[in-house]
Design a protein around this ligand. Structure first.
Ligand code: NAD
Length: 543
């Protein structure tokens, strides 16, 4: 037990660097990019603190520069998943017993290493490996992951401090135990910070973890693993495997000690996982915790009183930053007819000015989509929209995968508010707009509410305060993160806890107490100081 009620350092958001021409960080980053591009790396799995290699290697290439070889990763199989589970279970006893301040110290140290010596490494890896521009990398792989580490420590303390009251002669207390078993972290390609947070938040609460990242994020996942090891994470606490999702799922969801999944990714994958867990429920020692943040069909709704200039910028950034590959990206918009001409003239001018190219050229705002499967899927939706009578491609619509997976920022005008790209998540730089008649706003709001299965993020633009109040109430169930006169992306840890409802996930708000509480199983302890001397109660005495 600790010999003191220690105060943890007060969490603060990591300042975002500008990388403006002439800044020291720009020079440092360029050097790191050059170094990484000149190397061919060999990336093993990390199980029980050891590097694990196989005969089956897979090459890695930047999405924007297909011919360039970054290196290889070692693909594992079912036996590696079993090794990772065993390592996690072996490490659990010691890790779960470690006093909280030592667990906290590891992640606080990781935060400072990432804010300092690892910053450029993780930013450069994210830029090259996932095709992110420098600003998008900085707010993700540097700032947000630092924030997750710092704030999660503070939230852990706030949870531990939640204690019941104790009447005379009794001491009631609650102990926040880690889950009994191991946690599976299954992470997406699009945010390096999410890939880092999903295994580390359960680990901070005393759990041990099997981590399977996306194949297209392995290049930066390796840097996260190096960082955690440097910060002193003991062997076996987080075990990283490179296997296909179904191979991992087959071993993990059939294991009796499977205690929970921390997932971010698509809705379809999550729903299948939930079904499998349900079917296997009799196999587990405990009811597994199922935490999943999934897809979105995020909206921007403009009221006739909206400021058009603010709307245009928010929609451009919301729809096209990181090529629209954010779960929170604006992918459908509702614009009143009275505003349409002015809006379109300004929006088109700005979208056509977007500079596209590789992220290593820092003047590019916009880069490639993640892989060929995503490119082909997006190209198909665009081609269909070019032919369909209910839609019209009014901006962009071009694509080219000769050098890298480049898709132009695209706008589809939907004549039918239920057109397929108003409903389905495309996960790319395609925004669909529906123009509503000003006197049919109620109908438009009904459509917005009922169009898609998701409820992740949404934004309204209006100047009229009555309209702001009305829309905020009217759209209460449509988004877990709701924005007023701002883009629906860019949530910051400690400021806007993030997550959606309906088909968008379990809404356990990454970067908050609500999330960390899912990784503990509370034990209530009642201690009686003066036990009764007689079984009989006073009411039984003779009058
Ligand atoms: P994905 O669902 O394809 O993959 C996520 C992870 O699941 C990957 O590691 C993948 O290998 C694995 N996986 C895929 N199929 C599997 C299967 N059958 N069994 C087990 N594992 C499997 O998602 P992605 O393309 O990496 O990421 C994009 C998706 O993530 C989008 O839908 C996006 O909206 C969502 N996302 C949501 C949030 C959020 O906070 N709500 C944040 C980021 C991304």
């Amino acid at each position: 037990m600790p010999k003191g009620i220690f105060k943890v350092p007060i969490a603060r958001n990591e300042p975002v660097k500008s990388y403006a021409p002439g800044s020291p960080e720009r020079a440092e980053l360029k050097k790191e990019i050059e170094r990484m591009r000149s190397e061919v790396v060999d990336i093993p799995m990390f199980i029980d603190g050891k590097e694990v290699r196989t005969d089956n290697t897979v090459s890695m290439h930047p999405p924007h520069d297909r011919k360039h070889l970054l290196g290889h990763f070692h693909r594992g199989d079912a036996s590696h998943v079993q090794m990772a589970i065993e390592a996690a279970l072996k490490a659990r006893k010691k890790w779960a017993a470690m006093t909280w301040e030592h667990r906290a110290s590891i992640f606080l140290k990781a935060a400072e290493l990432l804010a300092g010596p690892y910053r450029m490494k993780l930013n450069a890896a994210t830029m090259i490996g996932q095709s992110k521009n420098v600003f998008q990398a900085e707010i993700d792989s540097a700032a947000e992951l630092v924030d997750f580490f710092r704030y999660n420590v503070q939230y852990m303390m706030e949870i531990y401090a939640q204690q019941p009251s104790s009447p005379v002669s009794i001491w009631d207390r609650v102990e926040y135990r880690p889950l009994e078993g191991f946690v599976f972290a299954l992470t997406p390609f699009n945010f390096t910070s999410i890939a880092g947070n999903l295994p580390t938040s359960p680990a901070l609460m005393g759990n041990t973890v099997v981590w399977k990242c996306s194949n297209t994020q392995i290049y930066s996942a390796k840097v996260i693993m190096d960082l955690l090891r440097h910060a002193g994470l003991p062997d076996g606490v987080i075990n990283l495997v490179f296997v296909s999702g179904p191979v991992a799922g087959n071993e993990i969801f059939n294991h009796k000690d499977f205690a929970g999944i921390h997932f971010t990714g698509s809705t379809e994958v999550f729903q299948n996982i939930w079904k499998t867990i349900g079917e296997n429920i009799h196999k587990y020692k405990s009811y597994p915790r199922i935490v999943g943040e999934t897809g979105g069909k995020d909206y921007v709704f403009a009221h006739p009183t909206a400021n058009v200039d603010h709307l245009v910028i928010a929609l451009l950034r919301g729809a096209y930053e990181y090529q629209g590959q954010k779960c929170s990206a604006a992918s459908r918009a509702y614009i009143p007819k009275s505003m349409w001409n002015e809006f379109m003239e300004k929006f088109e001018g700005m979208v056509k000015g977007i500079k596209m190219g590789p992220p290593e050229d820092l003047s590019n705002f916009y880069n490639a989509v993640i892989d060929e499967a995503s490119f082909d899927k997006l190209a198909k939706y665009i081609d269909n929209a070019k032919k369909d009578k209910d839609a019209e491609v009014i901006i962009g619509g071009g694509y080219d995968k000769s050098e890298g997976f480049f898709i132009e920022p695209t706008v589809i005008l939907a004549k039918d508010p239920h057109y397929v790209t108003m409903e389905e998540e495309l996960f790319g730089p395609v925004l669909t707009i529906y123009v509503y008649e000003d006197d049919k706003m109620e109908e438009a709001l009904d459509t917005l509410d009922n169009t898609s299965i998701y409820a992740l993020t949404g934004a309204i633009f209006a100047r009229d305060r009555y309209a702001i109040e009305y829309l905020s109430k009217r759209l209460v169930d449509t988004a877990g993160n709701f924005y007023i006169n701002d883009k629906p992306t860019g949530a910051v840890v400690g400021q806007q806890p993030f997550g959606g409802a309906r088909g968008s996930g379990t809404n356990d708000k990454a970067g908050s107490q609500l999330n960390l509480i899912r990784w503990v199983s509370a034990r209530t302890i009642k201690e009686e100081f003066v036990p009764p001397e007689d079984y009989r109660y006073p009411f039984m005495e003779e009058e």
